[in-house]
Design a protein around this ligand. Structure first.
Ligand code: LMR
Length: 327
């Protein structure tokens, strides 16, 4: 009897200790870019804010540079509970929803202010819920910036791209965009781009300034044309299961910290698209090529038919709404 009482007391003490010292909820945040990028800085800021505000309750672990998962695997891993947050580029969701393809349409947004207006407007906010039926929750958009085209030879007109191999993200719209100028698009993971360029297995790529700079693509691409032909932005996502199982008060605090981290990341994006562009211009490794309005118009004429090609999947109203954000 005495033994039973002692055992029961020991059990009660252990259980009490367990709840008092319950392990914090872990948020593994996986991404593919370097830490000195808008996404890298945003993720680190999020980790810092959570550590300051929710120590012992929630812990964020950031895995940059495709250390944990590449973007082709991360969403599956999220649905399995192996990772809780990620911010893939908007070009990488096509398996989960066709609507986000709107962001890939070439020459759709005239600048980042237009992108911001669309994302924060009614239609952009609705798109955050477009992954719901697949078990994913969009928590917010994060900017990187406009993409530039790079190559071994100067690319001024669509003719210069013809027959050349370009690495693209896993997006059929981007595939159609390069096919529209008779180029050869190849869907490859971000982690392979440097080697593909360095070994000349491909001729070129499209990237925003911060990725060109932080991954040293500019060192293996002697010409970068300032085309601003498309967008590379992100959606921060989590799984519906993780998000709904989080205690209500923690969910509110985590979302608040994330919103602040995103606002910070957007400031970094604006600064980096200027600073990293300038650093590349100043570097002897790469020439930045400016094109004339007439040359730009040739790209627009060649690539804009892609809008019509994807109108059925994306929806004309959504495309019109995105275009209207330019005004
Ligand atoms: C890419 O694959 O080029 C981008 O998605 C990388 C990134 O996350 O910026």
């Amino acid at each position: 009897m005495r033994f039973l009482t002692v055992a029961a007391t020991a059990l009660a003490l252990t259980m009490g200790a367990q709840s008092a010292f319950a392990a914090p909820v872990e948020i593994k945040f996986s991404h593919v870019v370097a830490e000195n990028t808008p996404k890298g800085q945003m993720a680190n800021k999020f980790k810092q804010l959570i550590a300051e505000r929710l120590a012992g309750k929630v812990e964020v672990k950031v895995y940059p540079n495709s250390q944990l998962f590449g973007d082709n695997k991360v969403l599956e891993a999220m649905l399995l509970g192996d990772v809780q947050m990620a911010a893939p580029s908007l070009s990488k969701f096509q398996k989960y929803t066709k609507q986000l393809q709107v962001f890939d349409l070439p020459f759709l947004f005239k600048d980042m202010a237009a992108v911001e207006r669309f994302q924060q407007g009614k239609d952009g906010q609705k798109l955050l819920t477009s992954l719901q039926s697949k078990g994913l929750v969009g928590l917010g958009y994060l900017h990187n910036g406009m993409k530039q085209m790079s190559g071994y030879a100067p690319i001024r007109t669509p003719n210069d791209a013809s027959g050349k191999k370009f690495r693209i993200m896993t997006s059929d719209v981007l595939q159609a965009q390069f096919e529209a100028v008779d180029a050869v698009p190849l869907k490859k993971p971000f982690s392979e781009v440097f080697t593909l360029l360095q070994t000349k297995a491909i001729d070129g790529a499209e990237n925003p300034w911060s990725n060109l700079y932080s991954k040293k693509f500019f060192e293996v691409q002697p010409y970068i044309t300032e085309t601003n032909h498309g967008l590379l932005d992100y959606m921060v996502v989590t799984s519906a299961e993780f998000w709904t199982e989080l205690d209500d008060d923690l969910r509110v605090e985590v979302k608040k910290a994330l919103d602040e981290a995103i606002a910070f990341g957007n400031e970094v994006a604006a600064e980096k698209s200027e600073a990293d562009r300038q650093a590349i211009i100043d570097s002897p490794r790469s020439d930045v090529v400016s094109i004339t309005d007439a040359e730009r118009q040739q790209w627009v004429t060649a690539m804009k038919p892609v809008w019509k090609q994807f109108e059925g999947e994306i929806g004309k109203e959504l495309i019109d709404a995105a275009e209207a954000a330019n005004n």
